[in-house]
Design a protein around this ligand. Structure first.
Ligand code: C2E
Ligand code: MG
Ligand code: MG
Ligand code: MG
Length: 292
């Protein structure tokens, strides 16, 4: 039977594959310990209103400071955490840590309108997410409206019914809901109506190319139009230069996030950033306006 599968099987048993599997297992075991050893940290990246120029939100992004490997990016360990189920305790930790931080910023008058936490489809389908969030809200005393959850469209394919139920309960609590990487997943779009989504995040890949590629520009315009016609806020991620900010402002995009404002920062640095930030108005791009 193995023979009939030919090359695929050969590749499966290749030494390189064995190494990768071993590396994965090691990484997984280390990730398991990372939580207890306080190697995980939450960084925050500001979101700026394109009209007022003010910070209206933050996104919490997890970081793993590995003792030997250095900073391991979430793109490397989140998928592993999802496959092993570790994303459930990891996600709970990120939520609690972020809500405690929101509480501190609220007490010092620095908290922006909301702070977003990325939620994996696995947390929604298998976890006890609603219970965890209720607990954390009670423990920290922050308002549910201060917390936003970012989910990707993949939640519809994992366990649709369970996920919808959890999200509806969270919405009923007053939590905000945002669709991350919008336009890159499996969108039937119907879920935008069934769930009370508050915000669409235009994916980095479209934003990166929108000023040079007409196709990307068309997608950005379409997402903004769709979002606004459904009464949703639209945020562009990955904004790196002032030209992109002006272009987005001209397209009437609501909010931006990206290196232009700041890279994701540790909590203490974010506190200083929030305390010293001076809003600057973004001018419109007349050329972009004329092609609308
Ligand atoms: P995401 O939620 O779409 O986050 C945006 C990513 O874009 C972040 O990468 C951020 O650092 C990066 N970014 C922001 N502005 C710019 C920019 O101007 N240019 C470029 N090139 N990149 C920019 P990061 O922090 O490496 O996170 C990658 C992904 O890992 C996230 O994508 C999210 O899907 C996942 N992730 C991060 N933290 C968590 C978490 O706590 N839980 C879960 N489940 N997933 C997380
Ligand atoms: Mg996100
Ligand atoms: Mg994204
Ligand atoms: Mg992503």
């Amino acid at each position: 039977q193995a023979k009939t599968q030919g090359r695929g099987i050969l590749r499966f048993f290749s030494p390189e594959m064995g190494l990768r599997a071993k590396h994965r297992l090691t990484l997984e075991a280390e990730l398991r310990q990372a939580l207890e050893r306080s190697e995980l940290h939450v960084y925050y990246q500001p979101q700026v209103d394109l009209i007022s120029g003010e910070i209206i939100g933050l996104e919490a992004l997890v970081r793993w400071q590995h003792p030997e490997r250095g900073l391991v990016p979430p793109g490397e360990f989140i998928p592993l955490a999802e496959e092993s189920g570790l994303v459930v305790p990891l996600g709970d930790w990120v939520l609690r840590e972020t809500c405690r931080q929101i509480k501190q910023w609220t007490e010092s008058g620095l908290a922006p309108r909301q702070t977003a936490v990325n939620i994996s489809a696995v947390q929604l389908s298998r976890g006890h997410l609603v219970e965890s969030i209720k607990e954390v809200l009670a423990e920290t005393g922050i308002a549910p409206q201060q917390l936003e959850l970012e989910i990707t469209e993949s939640f519809v394919i994992v366990d649709r019914d369970q996920s919808f139920k959890a999200l509806a309960e969270l919405k009923a609590l007053g939590i905000r809901l945002s669709i991350d990487d919008f336009g890159t997943g499996y969108s039937s779009l119907g879920y935008l109506q069934q769930l009370e989504v508050d915000k669409l995040k235009v994916d980095i890949s479209f934003v990166r190319n929108m000023t040079t590629n007409m196709g990307s520009a068309s997608i950005v315009k379409a997402v903004i139009a769709l979002g606004h016609s459904l009464g949703l806020e639209v945020i562009a991620e990955g904004v790196e230069d002032a030209g992109q900010a002006r272009y987005l402002r001209s397209l009437r995009c609501d909010v931006m996030q990206g290196y232009l404002i700041s890279r994701p920062m540790p909590a203490e640095e974010t506190t200083r950033f929030l305390a010293s930030f001076q809003p600057t108005r973004i001018p419109v791009d007349n050329e972009a306006m004329s092609t609308l």
